[in-house]
Ligand binder design. Structure first.
Ligand SMILES: [Zn+2]
Length: 207
């Protein structure tokens, strides 16, 4: 069936979004046709302004409304604990887990197959942050590498860890940690894959 062009155009837009197939796209557009004009206009202008109103925090590269994001400008966050994450969504996951430090958002991981090298993600700005650390400071800054445990996430963590040492930051100035890997809560040992289980064993802690 040939749909009117304005409807078809919108369906095509929705179909480009992740997780939305042709049927869902159609359902969404026909649902929107029933909404009041004002709410569609608000939706449209919010969409149009999305890229204009959101920038990246000059310190941590997290999405932000202002020059510096709310987390970096908060006085109650532990600025000596920096979690390095690959995306703002991972940052949100750590927020839900009540992480009390600050973040550095890479916006990707090193992935040679997809032609993403170290210069294509925000590793440089992480090093620049570390340069600003007061060498006389009482305790080291902790860089917690919280990238995924996928192959790309692992190699990105390894790259950053090596780079920090290569740049001359000693353990007294920058302590590097990696998120613990192991079984998910409620996970069944019997069904865990070998890699997960061997990591769970090597990351065992006292009880
Ligand atoms: Zn920030």
């Amino acid at each position: 069936m040939n749909l009117p062009n304005p409807i078809q155009r919108l369906i095509d837009h929705f179909e480009q979004l992740p997780g939305i197939g042709p049927k869902t796209a159609q359902r969404l557009v026909f649902y929107m046709l029933r909404l009041p004009k004002e709410s569609l206009q608000a939706f449209g202008s919010n969409l149009a302004e999305l890229k204009n109103d959101v920038k990246l925090c000059s310190i941590c590269r997290n999405v932000s409304e202002g020059e510096v994001c709310k987390i970096c400008s908060s006085s109650i966050r532990n600025k000596d604990l920096i979690a390095v994450v690959s995306s703002p969504l991972d940052m949100l996951a750590l927020e839900r887990a009540n992480f009390e430090g600050v973040y550095h958002v890479l916006h990707g991981v090193i992935n040679p197959l997809a032609h993403i090298g170290p210069d294509d993600i925000y590793i440089d700005s992480l090093i620049k942050r570390l340069v600003d650390i007061d060498p006389q400071s009482f305790s080291p800054v902790e860089v917690l590498l919280a990238t995924n445990t996928s192959m790309e996430g692992e190699s990105t963590a390894m790259y950053i860890s090596k780079l920090i040492r290569d740049k001359g930051f000693s353990e007294d100035v920058v302590k590097i940690t990696r998120i613990a890997r192991g079984l998910p809560v409620g996970g069944d040992i019997e069904y865990a894959d070998d890699v997960t289980l061997s990591r769970a064993l090597s990351a065992r802690s006292s009880f």
